[in-house]
Design a binder for this molecule. Sequence first.
Ligand SMILES: CSCC[C@H](NC=O)C(=O)O
Ligand SMILES: [Zn+2]
Ligand SMILES: [Zn+2]
Length: 421
Amino acid sequence: AEDPSLIVSRFQEYLRINTAQPNPNYSDTKEFILAQASSLSLEAQTVEFVAGKPVIILKWPGTNPSLPSIMFYSHTDVVPVEQSKWAHPPFGAHLDGDGRIFARGSQDMKCVGMQHIEAVRLLKQSGFEPVRSVYIVFSPDEEIGGHDGAEKLAESEIFRKMNVGVVLDEGLASPNEDYRPFYGERSPWWLVIKAIGAPGHGAKLYDNTALENLFKSIETIRRFRASQFDLVKAGLKAEGEVTSVNMAFLKAGTPSPTGFVMNLQPSEAEAGFDIRVPPTADPEVLERRIAEEWAPISRNMTYEFKQKATVHNKNGKPMLTATDSSNPWWGLMEEAVRKANGKLGKPEIFPAATDSRYFRLLGLPAIGFSPMANTPILLHDHNEFLHKDEYLKGIEVFGSIIKTYASYVEDSRDRSSRDEL
Ligand SMILES: CSCC[C@H](NC=O)C(=O)O
Ligand SMILES: [Zn+2]
Ligand SMILES: [Zn+2]
C-alpha cells in the first residue's frame, strides 16, 4: 500500500489552494483536480454554466451503463477566514505534532472531495471494477447558495444524461465515535425587514419612528426565537427540527464624520435575519407570520428575501430522503460503513444548507455524509482542522461505500427510492 504521508500530502496540496469566497481560485482547483483524474485514468469533463465557475465531473465507467449511476459530490469553495485568529495559516495546511491538519476546508469539505478521489485510487489498486458508473463531482459556489454551480448542474441536460440514482454530499463532523448521516436539511430564508417613520428631534418622544417600528418587530421575532430555542434546550427537538432565527445585521442612523448624529431620529431602519426552516415546517404559515407580525404593513414595514430556498418538493411534500427499506441506499450505506469498521449514528436533519437540496428537489435520494468521527465540529470556525488518521480512515469508509454502491444490481428498487414526483 501507498505511504500514508503521500496521501496526506495530496490533501494538503488541495487545502493550500485558496478557494475562499468571494474570490475562490477556481482555475488552480480545476488544474489540480484534473491532474488527479488523469493520474487515475478517470474520464473528466469540465462544464462552466457560468464563466470562471467550473463544475468538474469525473467518471469511472461501470460495466453496466444501463443501471443508474452513483454521484459522490463535493463543493470546492470555502468560507472566508479571520486570518489573525488562526494559530496556523488557514491556507498552509500545517500538520502539527499530534497529526492534526489545520486549514479552512479541512472539514468543509475538501476532505470529502479528496477522500472520494483517494477511495477510487484505493479501489483501482485492488483491481475492483464497478458495475454502476461512479461520478465524482466538484462544484463551485456552495457557500454562496450554489446558484451558479449545483443548481445549474441539477437542471442541466448533462446531469440528466448522467442518470444519477443516488447522491452523496456533505455532513458534519462527529465529536463521538459514530459517523453522522443526514437525510434532509433546513431551508435558508435570508430576510431583510425595513421600517420607515417620521424623522425628528432626538429629544422628542413621539410614535411611529422608524426605530420604534423596527424594534417592535425585533421583539416579536426574538420571542419566536426563544420559543424555538426552548424546545431544543428542553431536549424536545433537535437543532435541525426547529425554525432558527438569528439577526445578521442592524442598519440605521445618520452617519457623521465623528460617528453618528445623536440628536436626530432616523427615518429608515432595517434588520437582516438568517432563518432556517425545517423540512417538516409549513412554509406558508411562516411566511404569513412574517407578513403579519414581523413586517406588518400596519406599521409601514416592508420585507424582502435575499435567499429563500424551497422547503417542499413539487408535490408539496417535505424534501426528505427515505431512511427505511423503501430506500435501498440507506441500508447499503449502513452495511458499507460497518464493513469498514465504522458506526453510523441516527439519521439527522442538517441544520444549515448544502447543495443536496437541488438533487432532492429532483426527487433523488441524497445522503449527507462526511466521515469525521472523534472530531470537534469546526466548519466555518477558526482553526478548522482534521486529524490525519480520521482523514485516512474516511478514505477506507468511502472505498467501502463506493464498492458496495457500485456493485449493487437490484435495479427494480432504484426507482422506488426516488420520490414520486
Ligand atoms: C443560501 S445557501 C447558504 C449555504 C451555506 N452552506 C453551508 O454553510 C449555509 O449558510 O447554510
Ligand atoms: Zn460545505
Ligand atoms: Zn460551509
